[in-house]
Ligand binder design. Structure first.
Ligand SMILES: C[S@@+](CC[C@H](N)C(=O)[O-])C[C@H]1O[C@@H](n2cnc3c(N)ncnc32)[C@H](O)[C@@H]1O
Length: 232
């Protein structure tokens, strides 16, 4: 190499919402895990829905891994693995990944952003984004879902979970940590439209009532969509 060789291009700085999301979950990871560890026992419809998603992926015959994008403490990843899927988890937050690896030692967890899970385009049999698109600004959802479609193999499935509503909730000082983050609520019909515009076909749209005893203030929505068989 000569001393006139161009320097490698610097990586673009992460957008503000990514920086804020990572800092927020790095601060609260252990408290979050303690608070939500028993969530599936309290909400038995949710593991049933994940099992249904696993059944769809297996029945589709589409080969490849399933990515749990925004896996947090890894409970969804573990449940999908127990349903027979070849699954790995990915998250922005190293502290969340620390919990996930400690509590699920047989599973693979990677650090990264949802659109860069470190696998080639067109190779995933499934993607789960379980309450992880809730920190993506509304105007970035079309690009997020188009990116999910690009990562999926033809005929691959996507599962989204999110809170229903119109207004974002700003959470300040959770568990007394000095961090703040916006939690977006979404309209399922609008989410379905964005998925369809990204090339998906909607397979399931489900909503359950808020469980106020568990501290929920909004209904919860679950969408399953399928990537096209070809013609990416
Ligand atoms: C509300 S938690 C949900 C965690 C887990 N899916 C669960 O249900 O327990 C949101 C998680 O998504 C992760 N996350 C949010 N945006 C992300 C992104 N762009 N890429 C990767 N992870 C992201 C956060 O770090 C956090 O761990």
């Amino acid at each position: 190499m000569t001393d006139t060789a161009p320097a490698p291009a610097a990586a673009a700085p992460a957008p503000d919402h990514i920086v804020a999301t990572r800092a927020f979950y790095d601060a609260i990871a252990e408290d979050y895990a303690d608070r939500f560890r028993d969530v599936f026992a309290a909400q038995p419809l949710e593991p049933a829905l994940l099992a249904g998603f696993a059944g769809l992926v297996k029945a589709s015959g589409v080969g490849g891994e399933v990515a749990d994008l925004g896996c947090g403490p890894g409970w969804v990843t573990a449940h999908l693995a127990s349903c027979g899927l070849d699954v790995f988890g990915l998250d922005l937050s190293e502290s969340m990944l620390g919990v996930a690896r400690r509590e699920n030692p047989g599973l693979r967890f990677e650090q990264g952003s949802m659109l860069e899970p470190g696998v080639p385009d067109g190779t995933l049999a499934g993607i789960v984004s379980w309450y992880s698109s809730i920190h993506t600004p509304q105007d970035e959802l079309p690009a997020l879902f188009t990116g999910f479609r690009r990562l999926l193999a033809p005929g691959g499935h996507l599962l989204l979970a999110f809170q229903v509503g119109e207004e974002a909730l700003r959470l300040e000082r959770p568990f007394d940590h000095p961090v703040t983050l916006d939690f977006q609520r979404r309209r399922p019909d609008r989410m379905a439209e964005i998925l369809e515009a990204a090339g998906f076909t909607l397979v399931l749209r489900a909503e359950r009532a808020a469980d106020e005893e568990q501290g929920e203030s909004t209904p919860q929505a679950f969408l399953i969509a399928r990537a096209p068989d070809s013609g990416r």
